[in-house]
Ligand binder design. Structure first.
Ligand code: NAD
Ligand code: MG
Length: 389
């Protein structure tokens, strides 16, 4: 029996690479459902090629276009809207759900998938940033595995195979440093979104590429690692590693350090989440260790304040990481549209974290309210600054 996969965000960077894997291993995997936000033409083309039972377009404005495009495909059901995402993940034949959509929008479908006892291949790290405790609790309750797709977390996960009985002393979380690693604080004042979108080692979607430039992405990954591996943030050390070859490492009680290395390519972590505990063949470039040195540096949290804020947010707990995430989604988009400066992003996130009400024990409703409120506050702060420019 082939494993039936639902991809949330199949038209994105992770989604399309996941489809490569499914194509390479069509004897093992099949798409049951493909979903996208607005790129309906691409979604329709994917549906023609991979023949899922259903497609969902989250933005309902494109339902008509997509339905018309697939009118000659009676076997492929077409749905639209956020609620349809929540329902499709529950479909009986689905074995695993790859969460490859962007941002807070991943939270609710992931909750539905866990409650329906589907294996989760988690790319959407924002889900764990916002509601790690809730998600981990639900996963434990429903005996559902949450397998990391993020390359660093996949590396940690791979390093932990066979170590069930052994305590983690420290996680070494690597980070390319992004395109502005060597920039001065003055230079950071004038960088543009176009500069930030030129990532030195990884080719990813726009939102995460900006998060990588501000190191907010690494902050998110500290929080993601805390929840996935049950390690407190003060035992998670970020190392700037410009070559992106050592994808992360784990240190044990005897001082031994295990790492996973490879070229910077998401196909392997995506495939490993699908196939764990098995390793499948993969047609991809191989690592040549003679090609580059391997360097490691300490991150500069004065210059890149988002990383420090993420440590503070997880230390505070409750809905604070949710506030930080929502503010980041606003300023990230604002920066891409020229409505916010690079340095302004960190400042607005910090102010939003100070302004929005703190809740120590949030449930889903509180997360939804917090997200909406923090977006409003961050948007007001951003507009206020724009007015003053
Ligand atoms: P992307 O922008 O390339 O693709 C996002 C996908 O999600 C698209 O298919 C889009 O249609 C869909 N989508 C966006 N907003 C949506 C919404 N509101 N409702 C429903 N669908 C929506 O993004 P990406 O780079 O593939 O990243 C996806 C997730 O994976 C993010 O959480 C990111 O942090 C994480 N991730 C990505 C990479 C990478 O290499 N790209 C690496 C690690 C983690
Ligand atoms: Mg990563």
């Amino acid at each position: 029996m082939k494993q039936q996969i639902c991809i949330l965000g199949s038209t994105g960077s992770i989604g399309t690479q996941a489809l490569d894997i499914i194509e390479q291993h069509s004897d093992l995997y099949e798409t049951y459902a493909l979903t996208a936000n607005s790129r309906w033409k691409e979604l329709a083309a994917q549906a023609r090629k991979f023949r899922p039972a259903a497609v969902v377009i989250a933005n309902e404005a494109y339902y008509k276009d997509l339905s018309k495009e697939l009118a000659d495909q009676p076997d492929i059901k077409v749905y639209a809207g956020a609620e349809a995402l929540n329902q499709i993940v529950e479909a009986e034949p689905i074995n695993m759900v790859l969460t490859a959509m962007v941002g807070f929008s991943g939270l609710e479908p992931t909750i539905h998938a866990i409650k329906a006892k589907k294996k989760i291949c988690l790319a959407n790290k924002e889900t764990l940033v916002v509601a790690g405790e809730l998600i981990c609790g639900l996963a434990a309750e429903n005996r559902v595995s949450v397998l990391p797709v993020d390359s660093e977390h996949s590396a940690i996960f791979q390093s932990l195979v066979g170590e069930d009985e052994n305590e983690i002393e420290k996680i070494l979380l690597t980070c390319s440093g992004g395109p502005f690693r060597l920039f001065s604080s003055e230079q950071l004042q004038t960088v543009t979104a176009a500069d930030a979108l030129r990532h030195p080692t990884w080719d990813m979607g726009a939102k995460i590429t900006i998060d990588s430039a501000s190191l907010m992405n690494k902050g998110f990954e500290v929080i993601e690692a805390k929840w996935l591996f049950g390690v407190p943030a003060d035992k998670i050390q970020v190392l700037i590693h410009p070559q992106s070859i050592v994808h992360s490492a784990v240190q044990f009680a005897d001082g031994g350090v295990k790492a996973q290395l490879g070229i910077p390519d998401m196909h392997l972590p995506i495939q490993y989440a699908f196939s764990f505990p098995k390793r499948l063949s993969l047609r991809a470039e191989r690592l040549d260790l003679f090609k580059q040195p391997l360097e490691f540096f300490e991150p500069d949290m004065q210059k890149f304040k988002c990383l420090g804020m993420a440590y503070e947010a997880i230390e505070k707990g409750g809905n604070m990481p949710c506030i930080m995430n929502a503010a980041n989604e606003i300023v990230n988009e604002g920066f891409r549209k020229g409505a916010c400066s690079f340095v302004g992003m960190g400042e607005i996130i910090e102010q939003t974290m100070a302004k929005v009400g703190f809740d120590e024990n949030p449930d889903l409703d509180v997360y939804l309210q917090t997200d909406a409120e923090a977006r409003r506050v961050a948007m007001d702060l951003m507009n206020e600054r724009l007015g003053k420019r």
